[in-house]
Write a protein that binds this ligand. Structure first.
Ligand SMILES: NC(=O)c1ccc[n+]([C@@H]2O[C@H](COP(=O)([O-])OP(=O)(O)OC[C@H]3O[C@@H](n4cnc5c(N)ncnc54)[C@H](O)[C@@H]3O)[C@@H](O)[C@H]2O)c1
Length: 256
């Protein structure tokens, strides 16, 4: 049921912190994986690692803010593997400023990637899925609930407004497209991760990490490899009746 042999998966942002184990996990289940990312060198290194383990992967340079780049990436995927079955969009953008300091241009820039870019790439991918497929967007716990400012001690700013607004938009976009493309057999779902701070944040802000962990019913932050299983599920035939859903992978953050 979870076997992805014969499927091609395009992972935008595949070279990122969560993207890397996702790409590896998809390849381990037999998928051909296109690691599409702005960070070309990291994407190529990941592809080399996947191939060393016997998996099939290709790196493609992508700027999801650029419509032509997104459409080219889908085209390259189909040219390389002959088909596209699954799109995962794990790209990330955020300015990190306080409400008072954020400019309109910065608000737009983040959501050109997180929202408009996600839409343009998804539409290009859907056009390349004549026999149906699965599209997986990344939202966030902060697309569902607001950050608690008490966790973010100065000089650290609370998780920024334009990020959460865009991530909330992704949830509605997935519902819209799930309805719109459902008749074509294209499922559109969302994962909303909880706190998965990367190693730099973990090393640089130990007090913040323990405040985050305290806020999670499981009592800890997420581990880097704890997203791949949900993505394999959503990519595979184990989830063929799941459409328009948002799955929180957040240790219970949004449960209270
Ligand atoms: N890590 C967390 O705690 C967390 C929490 C909630 C939601 N999320 C979401 O999970 C997803 C993955 O997060 P992450 O922690 O792996 O982030 P990350 O920053 O480590 O990875 C994001 C990747 O996207 C790439 N990218 C950025 N802009 C791009 C662009 N314009 N075009 C193409 N690629 C681009 C980056 O090069 C990077 O490899 C994101 O959508 C993020 O919003 C993460």
């Amino acid at each position: 049921m979870f076997d992805l042999t014969g499927k091609t998966v395009l992972v935008a942002g595949g070279a990122g912190y969560l993207g890397q184990p996702i790409c590896t996990g998809l390849a381990e289940q037999g998928a051909s994986v296109v690691v599409a990312d702005m960070a070309g060198e990291r994407a190529r290194q990941l592809v080399a690692q996947i191939r060393e383990k016997g998996g099939s992967a290709e790196a493609v340079a992508l700027d999801v803010a650029d419509q032509v780049s997104s459409e080219d990436t889908v085209k390259k995927t189909v040219d390389t593997y002959g088909r596209l079955d699954v799109l995962v969009n794990a790209t990330f953008a955020s300015i990190g400023k306080r409400v008072e300091d954020l400019t309109a241009e910065e608000f737009d820039r983040t959501n050109r990637i997180n929202l408009t870019g996600a839409f343009i790439l998804a539409r290009a991918a859907a056009d390349a899925m004549p026999s149906g497929g699965s599209i997986i967007f990344f939202s966030s716990m902060y697309g569902r609930v607001s950050p608690d400012p008490r966790i973010y001690h100065a000089p650290m700013n609370p998780n920024p407004i334009e990020y959460g607004v865009g991530k909330a938009g992704v949830i509605q976009m997935a519902k819209y497209l799930a309805v719109y493309w459902g008749p074509r057999g294209i499922r559109v779902n969302v994962v909303a991760p909880g706190p998965f701070p990367n190693p730099d944040v973990q090393a640089g802000h130990p007090d913040f990490i323990s405040r985050l962990a305290d806020r999670v019913p499981l009592g800890r932050i997420g581990r880097q490899n704890e997203m791949a299983g949900t993505i394999v599920f959503l990519a595979s035939d184990a989830s063929t009746y799941l459409n328009g859903a948002t799955i929180g992978v957040d240790g219970g953050w949004t449960a209270w």
